[in-house]
Design a protein around this ligand. Structure first.
Ligand code: ADP
Ligand code: MG
Length: 467
């Protein structure tokens, strides 16, 4: 599917994007929006225009600008030829135009045959479906039902109803889950999907600028049927990225393809984000996700416990559901902690056990900004090791203990699941993590020096001793 667009079409899309920056919207919509790149032949680029009047207008008024934009996109100075597109022009029509153009060039001295190349193959499709983030694992309830309904409509029929779809909420309420579920559904239906967290998008774009491959970059994202951008708020203030995104977005949107965006705030509050980007965002459907109510929180817990094979009595679900959580991620955190502890200690989960394990946490949440890397860094610092030692396969006592402290802290402070911790620790399996964290858990009350080491590491996380 990457090559579904002909190069001329692709090049022209990029040119349209360039032109759009410099022109007012009415001019662009009237004269350029419905044009199409038809053919690139030697030094000539052919553009199909809906009407003869349009051909005349473009030739007289915009020739230089178009030639300029073409040069920026292809790196070559090309003649531009406008031609009236016949209704429903298919390949045969393009072939005819091609012959005409070739005919015109015969007899002229040909320069070195140098074709601008727009390489569509350099980037691979960025979307990998994550089985955790599917529609059937999303528990619907008050607070998220609108977002769910819109997302599943888009997943079933991208480009049809809500375009673009813009989902916003505060952190941990299911935006990434839903946008990934849309991607998974679209892939299952045979569509090509590009997914980028907007930081990835930004980084790739900056790299492309450095490497001089922005054409490839744009072509890559433009080749998708469905474009998913998670956390667009990270693009705020990054002018060039916004620009790159705006072109890509417009082209996909104009050709009826689906764009889905998520953000931690509504489009109107995206601050620096360009006005026109905001108005385009608002042109589709904007939905928010609110915190789930108690009933939904309990339903989410029951569903997740069931999937983990954890027996969770209803009173425990209710107890956890009633604790103060700012979001579903924290709710999941409680469940992961409980499940890890019950595996470590081989206890079944009762209300008493849950209170014992989780009780001390009420009102004492970890700072939301701490990441696994912070913990790795602080443990390495306190143990006089390098982070790479902890991630390595080394089995000296000192390294093993540091690694186990990391496991213990990731469970207790970040409430991560053993599987995710294994991933952070260079691909160790969840049994190793449970065993390691369990060892620290058991030893900490007996061993003073271990306890003070763990305390020191914990303090280091929050006091940012670790640079
Ligand atoms: P966000 O992107 O809004 O910060 P995520 O999509 O990462 O939030 O959600 C945080 C966690 O909560 C994920 O593990 C996700 O699967 C889970 N989650 C959120 N909402 C629901 C829901 N309604 N049903 C099941 N799991 C959910
Ligand atoms: Mg997210």
């Amino acid at each position: 599917m990457v090559n579904a667009l002909t190069p001329a079409k692709t090049i022209w899309s990029a040119v349209q994007g360039q032109l759009q920056i410099g022109l007012d919207e009415a001019t662009y919509e009237t004269w350029l929006a419905k044009t199409e790149g038809v053919l690139l032949e030697e030094r000539c680029f052919v553009v199909a225009v809906p009407t003869a009047f349009g051909v005349a207008w473009l030739e007289r008024r915009l020739y230089a600008e178009i030639q300029d934009a073409l040069k920026r996109v292809t790196g070559m100075v090309l003649d531009v030829q406008f031609t009236v597109a016949t209704q429903g022009a298919g390949n045969s029509d393009i072939g005819r135009v091609a012959q005409q153009v070739q005919g015109r060039h015969m007899g002229k001295e040909s320069p070195i045959h140098q074709r601008p190349v727009v390489n569509l193959g350099n980037y691979r499709s960025s979307f990998n479906a994550n089985e955790r983030y599917t529609f059937d694992r999303f528990v619907v309830g008050a607070g998220n039902e609108m977002a769910y309904a819109a997302a599943s409509a888009v997943g079933a029929k991208p480009g049809d109803m809500y375009n673009p779809l813009f989902i916003y909420s505060s952190v941990g309420l299911g935006k990434t889950h839903l946008i990934q579920a849309i991607g998974a559904a679209c892939v299952a239906n045979g569509h090509t999907v590009e997914y980028a967290a907007s930081e990835t998008f930004t980084n790739e774009f900056i790299n492309a600028i450095r490497a001089g491959t922005t054409d490839d970059f744009r072509a890559h994202y433009r080749s998708a049927d469905v474009l998913l951008i998670d956390d667009v708020q990270f693009m705020v203030g990054k002018e060039q990225t916004q620009e790159g995104f705006f072109h890509t977005f417009n082209e996909l949107y104009a050709s009826g393809r689906q764009v889905v965006l998520t953000s931690d705030r509504p489009p109107s509050e995206l601050g620096m984000l360009q006005e026109r980007l905001v108005s385009r965002f608002s042109g589709g459907l904007v939905v928010d996700i609110q915190s789930p109510d108690l009933e939904t929180r309990i339903a989410i817990l029951e569903d997740k416990a069931h999937r983990q094979g954890l027996r969770l009595p209803h009173d425990v679900c209710e107890f956890i559901g009633k604790r103060r959580h700012r979001n579903v991620r924290e709710l999941e955190g409680d469940l992961n902690k409980l499940s890890a502890y019950s595996m470590m200690s081989n206890c079944s989960v009762t209300l008493e056990y849950a209170i014992e394990v989780l009780g001390d946490q009420i009102g004492n949440k970890t700072a939301g900004s701490v990441t696994p890397d912070d913990i790795l860094g602080s443990v390495a610092y306190c143990c006089n090791l390098a982070v790479s030692d902890i991630l390595s396969r080394a089995r000296t006592r000192k390294v093993v203990q540091a690694r186990q402290i990391v496991m213990y802290l990731l469970i207790n402070e970040l409430l991560m699941s053993p599987t995710d911790i294994g991933r952070v620790l260079a691909g160790r399996n969840h049994a190793t993590v449970i065993h390691g964290a369990g060892k620290i858990n058991a030893a900490i009350s007996e061993d003073d020096s271990l306890r003070s080491l763990v305390m020191k590491a914990k303090e280091a996380i929050f006091t940012e001793i670790v640079a």
